[in-house]
Design a protein around this ligand. Sequence first.
Ligand code: CA
Length: 225
Amino acid sequence: VSRILIVEDEHNLALGLRANLEVESHEVVVAGDGESALAAVDAFKPELVILDLMLPGIDGYEILERLRSMGVNVPVLILSARAEEIDKVRGFRTGADDYVTKPFGVMELMLRVQALLRRSAVPPSPTRFAFGEVTVDVENRMAWRAGREVVLTPRAFDLLLALIDKIDRPVTRQELLRTVWQYDSSVSTRTVDAHVAELRRKLEVLPGEPKHILTVHRVGYRLRA
Ligand code: CA
C-alpha cells in the first residue's frame, strides 16, 4: 500500500486512474491544479506523484521544479499529451523519474507505477545481527550460539542490544547503566560487570578469553563484530 498523488485536471481521467490504483489497494489523492498539488504534497506526503503537465495555473514542469528545489525527492511520473522528445527531455531534466504519453495503456502505467515504488522503497532495517558464532534476533529477543538457542535474562539481553548499538566502539559502564538500567540508584557499575559475565558465559566459546565481548581498560566494554 502506497500513498499516490494524481495531479490531473481532466476529471474523468483522474477518476479512472484513481480507481485502478485503488484496486491495487493504494491510497490515492487527486489534485486538479498546481496550487492544490503542492498543498497535497505537503499534507499527504505521497510516495509517488503522477503529474500532468498542462494544468490551469502553475503547470506540471513548475510543480516539479518547485518540489525538487524544496528537496522533495518523491518519485514523479509525468503523464502528458505532450509527446515530443523535447518535452520528455525537459521533464527528465527537471527531475521526473518516468514519462508516459497520453493516450496510455492502463496496464503499462500500473507496471511503471509499481516499478517506481519498488525502486524507492526503503529497505527494512535489519532485525538480525551476527558476530562470531552468535546470532541475535533483535525484534523477537532471541539469541543463538552455534545454532543453539541461548536464553539470556532480560537485562543481559538489553545490555547486549546496547553493545550491538555501539558495535566496535567502546561503551562506558556509566553509559550502559543509563541505557539499560535507566539511572536506577540501587544499581552499581558492578551490576554491569555481572551481566557482562553472564553474556560471556553464554555467548563466548571461552568465557575467560572473550573474543567479542571485550573489556576496554578503565572505560567499559566493546563488542567486536
Ligand atoms: Ca491537462
